[in-house]
Design a protein around this ligand. Structure first.
Ligand code: 5GP
Ligand code: ZN
Length: 135
């Protein structure tokens, strides 16, 4: 077992745990973007959300809501960013599915700077159709 997050779940690598249940485990990110930056991970090893079973994915979503509620109650952030990096190109470093929960406050220095792409009406129509047909 080479996966660092599987080792954390197994207790082979220490972590600041905040929650666990049969489907998920949550702990503080060791290199936090903000105070309280928490990772919610699937207990099952899979790098992508689509590699989880429906039940496993649902379990992580339920744990996410509990963790977010806990972060809100404990730290009272003004807002949160909740996100997943999937694939190396998207910034995923640890290939074990995890959801970042990052507390935000007005005036913090966290920035998600992204360009936007311009799409024609036809492109919006084609894209929505292609995705909808593939679901
Ligand atoms: P990714 O870039 O894959 O979406 O995020 C991986 C996250 O895992 C990073 O924010 C990184 O700080 C965190 N991380 C990597 N290794 C460890 C570790 O051993 N312990 C903890 N608590 N966090 C880790
Ligand atoms: Zn793993």
């Amino acid at each position: 077992m080479e996966c660092v997050f599987c080792k954390i779940i197994a207790g082979e690598i220490p972590s600041y745990r905040v929650y666990e249940d049969e489907g998920a485990y949550a702990f503080l990110d060791i290199n936090p973007i903000a105070r309280g930056h928490t990772l919610v991970i699937s207990r099952a090893h899979a790098s992508k959300v689509t590699e989880l079973s429906a039940q496993e994915a649902a379990g992580v979503a339920l744990a996410l809501q509990k963790v977010v509620r806990g972060v809100e109650r404990a730290l009272g952030p003004e807002g949160l960013n909740i996100f997943v990096n999937q694939g190396e190109v998207a910034g995923q470093v640890v290939p074990h599915f995890h959801i970042h929960v990052v507390p935000r406050s007005r005036g913090d220095d966290v920035r998600f700077v992204t360009p936007t792409v311009e799409l024609s009406e036809e492109e919006f129509r084609e894209l929505s159709g292609a995705i909808a047909r593939a679901i």
